[in-house]
Write a protein that binds this ligand. Structure first.
Ligand code: PKZ
Length: 213
């Protein structure tokens, strides 16, 4: 049996052979952005039942148009500057994934991964606040980027979260993560989300383990 690393390498190589130039990426990112807007309005619309039925039929026809062109495989991932992985289909950062907020991440010279973002109603948990699983997803991903930027990438083996106070929806949030310790194949990363008032709403310690090949 091959390990997770070998399996991932095979997927990376297959996806790398796809032709995703920047013009195509921009076009698909635009489509994803429109679908995101549509998704939010599905949750928020006050349209009456007959109008909802008409729109549902139109969306079905649009989906069929894309399906007629055939199904490919998800876009690949590239490692960019500072070890940041550009993963276009990521559910967190992927510009081509309508489920992604998407958040943008930068890494400062000291290895801290940072992001500023707003999470709308699609990510609601308790009324008016962000779902705890979504906060976990953001911190997991940001921590993964910090581990990667540290030159010690890995799979999340553990994510220990503390929800300090509710994370508000629809307002600017920020988050940061930094690798604090490396022990062999393990990288420990600390991360946190801050509300608009600068107070921590959620914080985590994650351990990333580089799988054996
Ligand atoms: C290579 C990857 C490429 C990534 C490209 C970069 C992309 C960067 C940008 C994207 C960022 C995405 C960020 C999201 C990342 C996910 O979402 S990953 C998906 C979720 N995670 C998974 O599916 C992982 C599933 N688990 C596994 O595959 C395996 O259990 C693991 C994690 C690879 C470990 O397997 P293993 O090497 O057989 O584990 P094992 O030998 O038992 O343990 C190794 C060491 O880790 C320790 N350990 C294991 N678990 C824990 C824990 N929870 N706490 C503390 N220590 C632990 C063990 O005690 C052991 O320590 P030592 O005895 O060596 O001191």
């Amino acid at each position: 049996m091959t390990g997770a690393w070998t399996a991932m390498q095979r997927v990376f190589e297959e996806r790398d052979r796809q032709d995703f130039d920047e013009v195509r990426i921009a076009g698909l990112a635009e489509l994803a952005a429109r679908v995101r807007e549509l998704s939010e309005l599905v949750v928020l619309t006050r349209a009456d039942q007959s109008e909802v039925a008409v729109v549902a039929r139109e969306v079905e026809l649009l989906t069929r148009r894309l399906a007629e062109a055939g199904r490919g495989i998800p876009p690949g991932a590239q490692v960019g500057e500072g070890g940041i992985v550009r993963q276009l289909g990521s559910p967190v950062t992927g510009a081509l994934n309508p489920l992604a907020p998407p958040i943008e991440i930068s890494v400062s010279p000291d290895g801290t991964a940072r992001s500023e973002f707003t999470l709308g109603v699609l990510y609601e948990g308790p009324p008016g606040f962000v779902h705890g699983g979504v906060s976990a997803m953001v911190l997991d991903h940001l921590s993964g980027v910090a581990a990667s930027a540290n030159g010690t990438p890995g799979m999340t083996a553990g994510l220990d979260l503390r929800y300090r106070r509710p994370t508000p929806l629809g307002v600017p949030l920020s988050a940061e993560a930094k690798a604090v310790r490396v022990e062999g194949r393990k990288t420990f990363v600390e991360s946190r989300i801050l509300g608009p008032d600068g107070r921590v709403t959620a914080e985590a310690t994650a351990v990333f383990v580089m799988p054996t090949r």
